[in-house]
Design a binder for this molecule. Structure first.
Ligand code: ATP
Ligand code: MG
Length: 593
């Protein structure tokens, strides 16, 4: 409890200090104007008092001549219109400026979140559902947009309204004012009882909301799997259960909130009744004018309204705080994989790679996923990584790109530790075709050019030709301008793999990594592809991960991984001469062919 209050305080301080500050002048003016326009009901109340006491002289305390009364009436008439006009003008002014400030803040927050998400390491994404992250960026920021500045301004103006109201009441009638204030502690009590529950519900509401986002996201990406296992009913029921829980929580929230405002309204109703009763007695005895009573009566109403608004505001504030806390926690997430202070650019890269006693344990894993990986690849050499599924082949090459950092050990390129190289520079020199090709929505050309935006059309075509995908692209109605990905054409697994290959080749990397990148191709296309790939790999360092011995055997040397360890190493001939995993695989695949 204490801790959450402290963090709430910090969130607010940060919102004001870092995000509102640049607009402080505008916010100040808006706060003043909003407070002033909130005072309108008091002025109307005062005009009513003048009307009753001085124009109509119902109280019969002050005596004025009839022409004086009529003059006053004209004055009241114009004052009334003037206050209305002012109030309209003020509202117009602050609505615009409030929107201005909140949009700017949200713009900054979105930019920062997006940038952070781009910079965060893979482990951040491994540990979270994508939908939850999306919910934060979209939903949470929306809440901030709708509430942050508004809440602050509203609190200021409501407090001003309250204070002015208190002064007016005290000036009008001391005893009556105290009767009205006597109801205040009742507010405080009922508020304290309910507000904690509301806060708790709000927190779980937001959590559930994010979960539902996550579920939806997963189900949409996994639509194919759901259908092929005919699990639609199961999924529908699962979603139904989650949604039902969500609705129950929302209804509970509504219930508590309504109870709170009902209690507030009841208290203010009783308070007002007492005021009227006692006030009427005072008017009867002549200690108070009728106009004053009416003014008092209307002001009490105005005075109670900020109390109710402020109570309701608390709920909004709670929600805002939860959301702020979550958004800030993403912004504060430590970027563990980043440029070290004296990181250098890789200028001339030859591409010699060495792994020095590299160990890797993923977060949450019990055992090391890579154990004592130790090898050297001279520049220009091709090394093949072979081994059972889950033996750590992809993990090994991911380390080279610094998608993850090793737990122990070091990786060097041309004798320079990768940790001392600027990330952009490191990744620019390495071309990786990932195990699962991911394409973005856009045209085929845009996708191929992803790693090198300024490539010429001819260079794009050349890369596509080497990747054996050019002919296919030319058979499409719009050729290289065909839209793919979301709302575009769907491609087969092998087509995607070849596009991903073209993407990597276009960047002309010194070190090329192919992670099982030809696995989805038919034998004939694969064989043709390898003829050109071999030429391309001739003068660069290459890592070829494969399950096919026919592909692995062309490498200068082969590393066989098993359970995170290099268990065999050597050339194809050397490895078949021994009797290990490699030899067994070779035999299995030869008899199968
Ligand atoms: N992002 C990750 N977070 C946690 N554990 C991971 C992660 N990626 C891989 N692992 C674990 O590390 C081990 C090695 O996985 P890796 O993907 O490197 O195997 P692989 O040899 O590439 O397998 P395959 O041939 O099936 O692609 C596995 O046990 C896997 O569960
Ligand atoms: Mg793999």
């Amino acid at each position: 409890m204490k801790k959450s209050e402290e963090s709430s305080y910090r969130s607010i301080k940060r919102l004001i200090g870092a995000y509102l500050r640049p607009y402080w002048f505008r916010v100040l003016i808006v706060a003043i104007v909003t407070s002033m326009s909130a005072m309108a009901p008091y002025v109307f109340g005062y005009l009513g008092k003048v009307m009753v006491d001085d124009v109509l002289q119902l109280g019969e305390i002050v005596k004025k001549t009839v022409p004086e009364q009529l003059n006053l009436l004209v004055l009241v008439f114009f004052a009334y219109i003037a206050v209305h006009l002012l109030s309209i003008g003020f509202t117009w002014f602050y609505s615009y400026n409030l929107a201005y400030v909140s949009q700017r803040i949200v713009y900054t927050l979105r930019q920062q979140l997006h940038e952070k998400l781009q910079r965060l390491q893979m482990t951040f994404f491994d540990q979270r559902q994508t939908g939850k992250i999306v919910a934060r960026v979209i939903d949470d920021v929306d809440v901030i947009q709708g509430n942050a500045t508004y809440t602050l301004i509203n609190i200021i103006s409501q407090v001003a309204l309250l204070l002015v109201g208190v002064v007016i009441l005290l000036k009008l009638n001391f005893t009556l004012a105290f009767i009205a204030f006597a109801t205040l502690p009742l507010y405080a009590i009922s508020y304290q009882i309910l507000v904690r529950r509301i806060r708790e519900i709000n927190q779980s509401l937001r959590k559930k909301n994010a979960e539902i986002y996550g579920l939806l996201d997963e189900k949409i990406t996994g639509a194919r799997v759901i259908k092929s296992f005919a699990q639609e009913h199961f999924e529908i029921r699962k979603f139904f259960r989650k949604a039902t829980k969500f609705i129950r929580l929302i209804m509970k929230n509504v219930l508590f909130n309504n109870t709170l405002s009902a209690i507030a309204t009841l208290i203010s109703g009783v308070g007002t009744a007492v005021v009227l009763w006692y006030g009427a007695l005072q008017v009867k005895t002549g200690t108070m004018s009728l106009g004053s009573l009416l003014y008092f009566y209307s002001s009490v109403g105005v005075l109670f309204s900020p109390l109710i608004t402020l109570t309701n505001m608390n709920v909004i504030t709670q929600r805002l705080l939860t959301v702020l806390g979550r958004v800030f926690s993403v912004l504060d997430e430590e970027v563990t994989i980043k440029d070290s202070e004296n990181a250098v650019e890789l200028a001339e890269v030859k591409g010699a790679v060495s792994f020095r006693h590299v160990w890797l344990k993923y977060e949450g894993a019990n055992e090391y996923d890579l154990k004592d990986i130790n090898f050297e690849v001279p520049s220009g050499c091709t090394v093949s990584l072979v081994g059972p599924s889950g033996s750590g082949k992809s993990s090994l090459v991911n380390l080279l790109l610094r998608l993850y950092d090793p737990t122990k050990g070091d990786i060097l390129i041309d004798g320079q530790s990768t940790k001392g190289i600027k990330l952009t520079s490191l990744r620019k020199h390495i071309g990786m075709v990932p195990q699962e090709a991911i394409l973005f929505s856009g045209t085929i050309a845009q996708n191929i050019k992803y790693g090198r935006f300024n490539a010429t059309p001819q260079q794009v075509i050349n890369a596509a030709k080497v990747a054996e995908i050019h002919d296919f692209i030319c058979s499409l109605p719009e050729k290289y301008e065909t839209q793919i990905g979301e709302r575009g054409m769907s491609l087969s697994g092998g087509q995607k793999q070849r596009l991903a290959l073209a993407m990597a080749l276009l960047t002309d990397p010194t070190i090329l990594i192919l992670d099982d990148s030809t696995s989805a191709l038919d034998a004939e296309t694969e064989a043709r592809l390898w003829v050109t790939l071999k030429k391309i790999m001739a003068n660069r360092t290459s890592f070829v991960i494969t399950h096919r011995i026919s592909t692995a055997m062309n490498a200068d040397f082969i590393l066989v991984l098993d359970k995170g360890r290099i268990v065999e190493r050597g050339s194809h001939e050397e490895l078949i001469a021994s009797s290990g995993i490699y030899r067994r695989l070779f035999e299995q695949q030869r008899t199968a062919a």
